[in-house]
Design a binder for this molecule. Structure first.
Ligand code: ADP
Ligand code: MG
Length: 349
């Protein structure tokens, strides 16, 4: 499958820890005004003046969160950044800096880390965030990556999970389920490859969903769009575990209920056709698949004219009083309680 054709293997020990950090980070540029001191001292120094600061960490462990047999390291670096930045945007904040912690075993040569950092660097450039520090250590098991992202937001703009009110509209960005179906394709091809290593997979019919798995994007554009439209969501969360569990988070933290319409859930045609091929229900995948990194928000009905017809924003339901519970209304108009499965649960089936 996706093989590392790069044959040169420079042992990390040739550079030593400090040489390694320097080698991996020397290209990084500082672009944010708030970065006063970046890599090179005991700690980075940031200055946000009158802004509020958001901070979030994600930890990714090999064999638990990613599989290097189909995840190229460059994509892994990129995706690790995306997972973090997505959490910052979900606060309606602008991401400004990250720190990167890595633990590596000696099976990784320098070239592998260069790939990982190439992905990190690409994301940092595209999303305009400075890499201002990190930590590097060894691991006896596999690769571990921990990224901490920092962002800034005006005090009045920050959006929590807890602000949804009954009658607010439930709105989602982009489309759902693609990353999970992309993973199904990659796992299937990995099994085929094990049996016959000469078999080159034809991923052409699955380009969109495979890309959503290997190279997802975070919705920085939505934070700007909402600002331009003058819409402040009443609550917001990023979709990392599946629509169902994220709706439940909003409802629990806002103390409201919700109605979700099955026929409104945005699905890409490739998700629908791949679900048919795998004989699985596309709604189940949208509800429980993971890693879409879209944003789920509630907005006041008053703001509906501002978002109406916007191709980035789909109204999929509305919030209710808490005692009405959380339900999916199916295409045949049956009322089904929403449950949080998340993608790990789905994976074990
Ligand atoms: P300390 O001994 O204080 O932990 P280090 O020698 O680990 O310092 O780090 C030196 C500098 O390099 C610091 O600015 C640190 O944030 C940065 N750094 C260390 N590891 C990484 C990494 N993997 N990615 C980016 N920056 C790093
Ligand atoms: Mg250190």
């Amino acid at each position: 499958m996706i093989e590392d054709k790069n044959q040169s293997r420079t042992p990390i020990s040739e550079l030593g820890e400090f040489g390694l950090i320097d080698h991996l980070t020397k290209h990084f540029e500082v672009t944010q005004k708030s970065t006063i001191k970046s890599i090179g001292d005991d700690a980075a120094v940031l200055d946000f003046k009158s802004k509020q600061v958001v901070i979030t960490t994600d930890l990714l462990v090999e064999h638990v969160h990613f599989d290097l047999s189909y995840m190229p390291l460059k994509h892994l670096g990129y995706k690790a950044m995306i997972a973090n930045l997505s959490d910052v945007y979900a606060m309606n904040a602008n991401a400004t800096q990250v720190t990167i912690g890595i633990a590596i075993s000696n099976r990784f040569p320098l070239e592998a880390l260069e790939e990982l950092y190439a992905g990190i660097e690409t994301a940092s450039k595209i999303y305009g965030v400075d890499v201002v520090g990190g930590d590097t250590t060894s691991s006896t098991t596999g690769l571990i990556i921990s990224i901490t992202a920092v962002g800034e937001v005006n005090k009045n703009d920050v959006v929590y999970r807890s602000g949804a009110k009954p009658n607010d509209l439930l709105v989602v960005t982009g489309d759902l389920g693609a990353a999970y179906m992309g993973l199904q394709i990659l796992e299937r091809e990995k099994e085929v490859f094990k049996v016959n290593p000469n078999n080159q997979p034809d991923l052409e019919p699955y380009t969109y969903i495979v890309e959503r798995q290997l190279k997802p994007e975070a919705r920085k554009d939505i934070v700007k769009l909402l600002k331009d439209l003058k819409v402040k969501p009443t609550s917001m969360i990023d979709i990392s575990d599946g629509l169902s569990s994220e709706i439940i988070h909003l409802c629990k933290q806002s103390e409201v209920g919700a109605v979700l319409y099955e026929n409104k859930i945005p699905l890409d045609p490739q998700v629908i056709s791949t679900c048919e091929e795998f004989n699985i229900d596309s709604t189940t995948i949208a509800l429980n698949g993971g890693e879409d990194y879209e944003l789920l928000m509630t907005i006041s009905q008053e703001d509906f004219p501002k978002i109406k017809g916007n191709p980035n924003l789909t109204v999929i339901g509305y919030m209710t009083e808490k005692d009405q519970g959380m339900h999916l209304i199916t295409r045949s108009e049956a009322l089904i309680p929403l449950i949080a499965k998340g993608w790990n649960a789905l994976k074990d089936q």
